[in-house]
Design a protein around this ligand. Sequence first.
Ligand code: ZN
Length: 147
Amino acid sequence: MDLRELYQEVILDHGKNPRNHRLLEPYNREGRGYNPLCGDRITLRLQLDGDRITDIGFQGQGCAISQASCSTMTEAIKGKTLREAEALFEQFHALVTGEGEADFDELDKLAVFAGVSEFPMRVKCATLGWHTLKHAVEGDGIEAVTE
Ligand code: ZN
């Protein structure tokens, strides 16, 4: 099995069995995201304690990439501070757009989305959860639309 197949397997696994897939209760931040190009929708809820994300959950419908990306995102940022989560999004964005240099050590499991940079249409699927996270944290009630 080469790295690409391994990456694909992880994405399919998270797409089929998403982690933290629940409407979190209690929570103090909520965001909704929609990707009209693909039809992906998510609702993301988090529990913020100061600037630390102590718990997170999401529900959604859509393609395997969007759901797997949300799933891996929730695993990656649970327990992290907002600043750490933002830094991780910058790395992830560099990875999936192919713009800038991504730090694979820091990305850890999120590196499985490296192949997305070859499919520009899929970038919006992969970043939907992260954009939704931003709006949820800001508490602005704006739906994250990837267009
Ligand atoms: Zn999608």
